[in-house]
Design a protein around this ligand. Structure first.
Ligand SMILES: Cc1cc2nc3c(=O)[nH]c(=O)nc-3n(C[C@H](O)[C@H](O)[C@H](O)COP(=O)(O)OP(=O)(O)OC[C@H]3O[C@@H](n4cnc5c(N)ncnc54)[C@H](O)[C@@H]3O)c2cc1C
Length: 302
């Protein structure tokens, strides 16, 4: 109930306009967002690298309705790749296709993302195409597959809560496309997504096992200690070396667990979001754990 309320609020444009400019709300967003500028995100990336983690930078934005803005967002992602490389860090960004103009038409979006994939290829970088709500799944996967034929520098995301994910995972893996596996963060109808946590977890475990055996350098993206323990156990039972996959977590969540995994010899990538358009991302983080709201309110009041 609380989860769906936060996810409903995450799509309210007026609340978004207010929150992204209100000083108190902006301070609260800092729990999950590295800053508003690329320079701040790079500082966070350097701090994270000093602890033995790698990063993927996400310049926040989604459902862009203006072609100029979509092009500017694509340029920003290219800049982030180049500055990561210049700082001696792995050039790796995560993007959303609706940020690159998917709501304006596929042609605009394809042009923007193809240009970015080309820039990534020039510097040995990587572009992860985040997965948004199920209204975009078919189009997103089609674009990733098409792009992958010319640029091996792009990867996809599979959401374990979607009933279709076994099929998609098999198809993408056969094509050799790198997959990030996550549980899924959007409000979906029971006709397309599992509702119960136990069903989502079961799907996550099944997909994790498939990816570790058949996938191309999969990313297991979760903060769930049970999912992480099961991944470690399965990999060691099957003789899958820790350098054949990576764990991924979000900036500001489960820091101790991140450190522990690095200490135990696993690769951990932190998803570091930055930018002024933080509201929908922030609300999805509250939806995952509504207790965060109380925690944040208390720390801001202090
Ligand atoms: C690197 C990365 C990339 C992602 N990319 C996408 C994407 O492209 N598309 C998409 O739909 N979703 C994406 N997600 C979000 C994902 O789908 C889940 O919504 C999110 O990770 C929470 O699920 P969980 O696996 O951590 O497990 P849960 O069962 O939700 O949580 C397990 C435990 O983790 C901790 N935890 C989880 N979330 C939070 C939080 N917000 N605040 C504090 N503690 C928390 C709590 O201790 C909780 O008990 C991504 C997640 C990660 C880590």
């Amino acid at each position: 109930m609380l989860r769906s309320s936060f996810l409903y609020l995450s799509r309210q444009a007026r609340l978004r306009r207010w929150a992204e400019t209100a000083a108190l709300a902006r301070r609260m967003s800092r729990r999950f967002v590295a800053g508003e500028t690329l320079a701040e995100a790079l500082d966070a990336a350097r701090r994270v690298a000093a602890q033995g983690l790698v990063v993927t930078l996400d310049h926040l934005g989604e459902n862009v309705t203006d072609e100029f803005e979509a092009r500017a967002d694509a340029a920003e992602a290219g800049q982030a790749l180049r500055e990561l490389a210049a700082a001696g860090l792995e050039p790796n960004v995560s993007i959303k296709l609706t940020q690159f103009g998917l709501d304006l038409g596929e042609a605009v979006c394809r042009q923007n993302v193809c240009q970015l994939a080309g820039q990534a290829a020039e510097i040995g970088g990587f572009v992860r195409i985040d997965m948004e709500s199920s209204a975009y799944t078919d189009r997103t996967l089609a674009i990733v597959s098409d792009l992958y034929r010319s640029h091996h520098t792009v990867g996809a995301v599979i959401q374990a809560y979607l009933r279709r994910s076994d099929r998609d995972t098999e198809r993408l893996s056969e094509e050799g496309i790198r997959i990030r596996l996550c549980k899924g963060a959007y409000l979906e109808s029971p006709s397309v997504a599992f509702e119960k946590k136990a069903e989502v977890d079961e799907s996550f475990l099944r997909l994790m096992r498939y990816l570790l055996v058949h996938g191309t350098y999969p990313a297991i993206a979760t903060h769930d200690e049970r999912m992480i323990a099961a991944t470690r156990e399965f990999a060691s039972r099957e003789g899958i070396a820790p350098n054949r996959f990576e764990f991924q977590m979000l900036y500001g969540i489960q820091r101790e667990l991140q450190r522990q995994l690095v200490a135990d010899g696993y690769r951990v990538r932190l998803y570091v979001p930055y930018g002024v358009a933080w509201y929908p991302y922030f609300m999805r983080r509250l939806a995952e754990r509504p207790a965060n709201l109380l925690f944040l309110a208390r720390s801001v009041l202090k």
